[in-house]
Design a protein around this ligand. Structure first.
Ligand code: OSB
Ligand code: MG
Length: 359
């Protein structure tokens, strides 16, 4: 496990706080002549989720590594670790490592192995919060020029109305969404109602990170559709969210869901409910991103998600074949084998603060 630290071009701010650099855990597994990789979605801090890099190191080393050694299929791995509660990001890191490993053994790409690739992902971008709305408009302008199919802006309680209004006034037709990362409560319904007129595609995670019931209540009071991110931790909570009316759309992040197997299950559940899904991101390096893009290229993912190319966020990435936008707001998944990443070994080494031998 390599603990890497990559510099962000600019701080990434949301209602959760400010990220100034990305400290990521990269798993590097060698067996049967194959080298497989994955990335854990955790951050240094437990702000987005209760998991952080330290809890993930502990869970992977002390509770998951024994199972990994046996090289089970991803499905089998999830079954064998089902008795470990929570810690989905730690599980997802190992689950995705197994996807890469087994796909490399079979010499297929992850996008193919997932079963229903469209050949490309539809790409949107997540723009961090900006204090200055001239700067926000500049960022939006650059994103529009780059051809993103949807632009999402992070909002904070209190300034949302004027910020969204200024973007909407300049771009009346822009496919626009906002992400609150849980900064509202039901007491803020009036403020959220005022956003209805901006014709947003959806509002992402308006209420508490683990809530479903209040979201179902809110959904009846605003016309902007609700998309859930943090609240969806499993196929079961996705089903409950659609069933209760808490969400019309779900953000699938393999890290938050224990990996790709559960992500695909949620895609199927969404279809049963006529709900939307898109693939989110956790500011991953090119390694984590490659799993997201493979997933986002599956046919059941109808909406553009947060898989913008990494040059948006990082000065330099640890892969030599970073994703690029092709055509009008689309991106091709790697063709493999596995995640199809060409590692920049030298930069990986120089970005690594510490390497831990797990076994
Ligand atoms: O809420 O979607 C989120 C980044 C870190 C933590 C949470 C979120 C995000 C993003 C970034 O919005 C999306 C990306 O990685 O491109
Ligand atoms: Mg979100």
């Amino acid at each position: 496990m390599h603990c890497v630290e990559l510099s962000l071009r600019t701080p990434f701010e949301s209602s959760l706080g400010v990220e100034r650099e990305r400290k990521s855990l990269i798993l590097d597994f060698r067996s049967e002549g194959i080298r497989a990789f994955s990335e854990c979605a955790t951050f240094e801090n437990p702000y987005y989720s209760f998991e952080d890099n330290s809890t993930a190191i502990h869970i992977i080393r002390d509770h998951l590594a024994e199972e990994l050694k046996k090289e089970p299929s991803p499905e089998e791995f999830l079954k064998r670790t089902a008795h470990i509660r929570g810690h989905n990001m730690a599980k997802a890191a190992v689950e995705m490592l197994l996807w890469d490993f087994h796909c490399k053994l079979k010499n297929v790409s992850i996008a193919e192995e997932l079963g229903n690739p469209r050949g490309h992902a539809r790409v949107g971008i997540s723009l961090g919060f900006e204090d200055n709305h001239v700067l926000l408009l500049k960022k939006v302008e650059a994103a529009v020029k780059r051809g993103y199919r949807r632009i999402k802006i992070k909002i904070k309680r209190g300034t949302e109305y004027h910020w969204i209004k200024s973007v909407r006034d300049s771009y009346p037709e822009l496919p626009l969404s906002i992400d609150a990362n849980g900064c509202y409560t039901l007491k803020d319904v009036q403020d959220l109602k005022r956003l209805d007129k901006f014709d947003l595609l959806y509002i992402e995670q308006p209420l508490e990170h683990d809530d479903l019931i209040d979201h179902a209540v809110l959904a009846k009071q605003i016309s902007t559709p609700i998309c859930l991110d943090e609240s969806i931790s499993s196929p079961r909570s996705a089903r409950q969210a659609f069933e209760s009316g808490a969400a019309k759309i779900v953000n699938i992040k393999p890290g938050r869901l224990g990996g790709l197997v559960n992500s695909v299950k949620i895609g199927k559940i969404a279809r049963e409910y006529d709900g939307g899904v898109w693939v989110g991101g956790m500011l991953e390096t090119g390694i984590g991103r490659s799993f997201n893009v493979a997933l986002a290229s599956q046919r059941f993912v109808g909406l553009p998600g947060d898989t913008s190319p990494n040059d948006e966020y990082f000065l330099r990435d640890i892969v030599n074949n970073p994703f690029e936008m092709t055509g009008k707001g689309t991106m091709k998944p790697n063709t493999g084998p596995g995640i199809g990443v060409e590692l920049d070994d030298e930069f990986l080494k120089s970005s690594t603060k510490q390497s831990l031998k797990i076994f």
